[in-house]
Design a protein around this ligand. Sequence first.
Ligand SMILES: [Zn+2]
Length: 239
Amino acid sequence: MKIYEDFELPSGGHLYPYYKGQIGECEGLEELERATPTQRQDSLICDILQKCLKEPFDVGELVMPDFVYLQIRGRVATYGKRYDYPIECPFCGEVHQATNLNELEIIPFDVEKWDKDRVIRIPATNDIEDRNGDEIVLRLPSVREREEIKLDRSSAHAGVMKVAYAIEQVNGKKKNAIEKESYAMELSQAAKRVILSRVDKLANFGVSLVQKFECERCKKVVSYPFHCRTAQFWLPTVD
Ligand SMILES: [Zn+2]
């Protein structure tokens, strides 16, 4: 019988209705070895994760912080909590081999901060810009949308789509995909930069990008950048 573990996604039901579930051992991971970076690696991981959920939902609809968290739960359900992640202590040189995936620092989703940060006004940086002062409500792109952006053959268009996917409303009106794209195309470089940097801020919940631990040898606190966005994350830990 397959064993399932409970999980609760960091967005906590504030972004979409599905956020709680049970995940079991992931199968089909060898597919990842065949995928090159130019292929849809995240889509492949979405398919793999979806199949190991007890009650499947569309993993491609998740925003990145939830997707990262679900990958960690999937890895724990498959290989256990230990993950080889060598870090050298900058104070004494001791090398720490592994990270306990159950002890990663998680930044909680803050509804008040989210509601405040997702509303921005286009800055008046350019006198001829007729979008000055527009009020935009932002959103986070889904994993699937991010994959589409990555596969865009023209980098200029990918830049526009990145902005388009970040927009939910303009001046109180919801926009459809086509309206968002043409609106994003009209924006100044300054406005695009403001939107994209705010989107980064919105995504700052879930697994903290900076993790800390106390060095066993010198007892100092060591900070290190943590990410699971490599194919290596899905390889087993072998002694
Ligand atoms: Zn140390």
